[in-house]
Ligand binder design. Structure first.
Ligand SMILES: [Zn+2]
Length: 605
């Protein structure tokens, strides 16, 4: 196969010089000349052909591919400095033609309709320059060059009266100028990156302004972008030639004007002169084929793969912010080791993958933390940005975010949070008590080893979470006792109460009181460390979340980072209903009362 392909290609390239003296498109002639003079490019061109063949066994992975486009207008006079409307008309035509949304698709003959393709390629106007400045996707350059010609590369260079190309691996560069010998030409993927763009004569561009009939419907550009994506002319540039696409009929030569269908040649039942890769009038063209789509998709998966992930159509700034300082509540911190944890939120329309978070404690030098991750638009994530050893005293902590995706931050007002807090050295205990129906019978206390009461509470709210944070000094052991004045505990005759201390949950019944030695907390035999179970998962819509610790908050996000559900159940179990939502993966963010935070993937079938 390999050697046969080589043979075909060689034959094909050598026969270029037989090409026709017409001027609809100069791409093949330029390519032929490049390959003749550049053996390296010739080898690369052939290698790409083999890569396409290899790729064809693969499946396309993403759905619609978005190609960022920059239009470079290079003009000698005001007429050539075409309007934005004319440029946008061309962008619309590209999208209609490549997505088969062109109104004249109804003219595709019935025998070709089954192979006419939506190529699933879309074109977007660049929003950022290669230097990440804002752009409208259009550059305008005044030139002293009267007109550019086919073998003339001056159009690609500032210094020669043209415009330097933008990184052609990340942008489709479309030049509009006065082109003297042809209506347009394009670079094949094998071409030198410095000249790897598309050039169109200003009178064959778009469907308004300076466009002149019969090349006034933007199909010159559709055709040239076809070449840029590695398509050849449907007749293979030689008599009854091969365009390496299986479903375009072999045809004798190019067609001009608008023939009547069927117009047979070679051994076919009719030339496909409706194909954008023929030479007919703009009004006569209306289709790419499935085989051409495969070849273009293969090219986008191989030689032009970098443009698929180009961010050139995203605005060059993002907006993130610090929305919560998680490590400190009630302006106090218990302990001597502070994990500085914040909630980082993405307010921009795009995913943010990096940011700098800076914190400063009192007058100490500020500390930068480089965050990298995947934060979808509209979503938040918790980030531990540093650990500081601290001693008893008063502190000021200021935290701010910057440099989202390496860009400027759009809104500086949501970037900074500041907090004043006191540090108490000791062990932190988080106590949660859910009572039965009689919260007023419940009270609790903590005593130290000298039987002195350190903390207490009474008259609790029935059937809901009563929460306490307590900081106990290191140098003593403590006993926590919960009382019930009616001598029937908080479970299980008049409600199903229970209590938790940090990660340990105590369930079951007692009479007048129940005591816990806090110095021995983790050794209680009935301790249950926090876990969350989700069942069934996958599910057709109803999911039950069952946690050993109270779930204080449950948020469900879709894969775009959009929050679709937010509940504060204060319960160890919660059932949610996603029946009305699309099938697919969702992320469940669970916060437990002890502050633990976890993310679980759920699949709605
Ligand atoms: Zn062409």
């Amino acid at each position: 196969m390999k050697s046969m392909l080589k043979g075909i290609l060689l034959l094909f390239f050598l026969s270029f010089n037989l090409a026709f003296g017409q001027n609809r498109c100069g791409t093949s002639d330029r390519l032929s000349r490049q390959l003749e003079h550049n053996s390296k490019q010739h080898a690369y061109h052939m290698q790409l052909e083999e890569e396409i063949i290899k790729w064809k066994g693969n499946k396309k992975t993403s759905s619609i591919i978005n190609i960022p486009v920059v239009f470079h207008v290079v003009y000698k006079n005001t007429i050539e400095n075409i309007s934005e409307a004319q440029i946008l008309s061309q962008l619309t035509i590209l999208n209609e033609d490549f997505r088969r949304q062109n109104n004249d698709q109804i003219n595709t003959p019935s025998d070709f309709i089954s192979i006419a393709a939506d190529t699933e390629i879309n074109f977007c106007l660049a929003q950022r320059t290669p230097n990440n400045d804002t752009t409208n996707g259009i550059t305008r350059t005044e030139t002293t060059v009267n007109s550019f010609s086919l073998y003339d590369d001056r159009i690609f260079y500032d210094s020669l009266g043209g415009k330097n190309i933008w990184n052609s691996e990340l942008y489709l560069n479309i030049y509009i100028c006065d082109l003297s010998s042809v209506l347009g030409f394009a670079a094949f993927p094998s071409s030198n990156q410095n000249i790897n763009g598309v050039v169109i004569d200003f009178e064959s561009f778009g469907n308004t302004g300076t466009a002149i009939s019969p090349y006034h419907k933007g199909r010159t550009c559709t055709h040239e972008v076809g070449h840029w994506l590695n398509l050849m002319h449907v007749w293979g540039d030689t008599i009854c030639g091969n365009d390496f696409v299986y479903d375009t009929p072999t045809q004798e030569s190019s067609n001009y004007g608008c023939p009547a269908h069927p117009s047979p040649s070679c051994t076919n039942n009719g030339d496909m002169f409706q194909n954008y890769m023929d030479y007919t009038n703009d009004a006569c063209m209306n289709m790419f084929t499935i085989g051409q789509k495969t070849r273009m998709q293969a090219t986008l998966a191989t030689a032009r793969q970098n443009i698929v992930s180009s961010k050139a159509c995203q605005i060059p700034y993002e907006d993130i912010g610090i929305t919560e300082i998680l490590s400190i509540s009630n302006n106090s911190f218990c302990g001597n080791q502070l994990n500085i944890e914040v909630e980082l939120s993405n307010f921009s329309a795009n995913e943010v993958n990096s940011a700098v978070i800076t914190y400063k404690i009192n007058n100490l030098p500020s500390v930068n933390y480089q965050w990298n991750g995947n934060l979808a638009s509209g979503s938040s994530t918790n980030v531990i940005i540093g650990t500081e050893a601290i001693t008893m005293g008063s502190y000021e902590l200021s935290i701010y975010s910057s440099s989202p995706n390496g860009f400027d931050d759009l809104d500086l007002n949501n970037d900074t949070l500041e907090i004043f807090f006191d540090v108490i050295e000791g062990y932190a205990y988080n106590i949660g008590i859910i009572t039965d129906n009689y919260g007023d019978e419940v009270s609790w206390e903590i005593i130290n080893q000298n039987n002195i009461e350190i903390a207490s509470g009474n008259n609790l709210t029935s059937n809901s979470l009563n929460e306490y944070e307590i900081c106990l000094e290191y140098d003593s052991c403590y006993i926590f006792t919960i009382y019930d004045s009616y001598n029937d505990g908080i479970c299980c005759d008049f409600g199903n109460g229970f209590f938790s201390i940090n990660d340990v949950v105590f369930t079951g019944s007692y009479n007048d009181s129940f005591s816990i030695d806090l110095c021995d907390l983790t050794n209680y035999s009935d301790k249950i460390i926090q876990t969350t179970n989700i069942y069934p998962n996958p599910s057709s819509g109803n999911f039950v979340f069952l946690s050993k610790t109270l779930i204080s908050q449950l948020k469900i996000y879709d894969l775009n980072g959009k929050m679709i559900l937010n509940k504060e159940p204060m319960s160890k179990s919660i059932e949610i209903d996603l029946t009305s939502f699309k099938s697919g993966f969702y992320a469940a963010h669970i916060k437990n009362i002890n502050g633990n935070y976890s993310i679980h993937k759920i699949l709605k079938q």
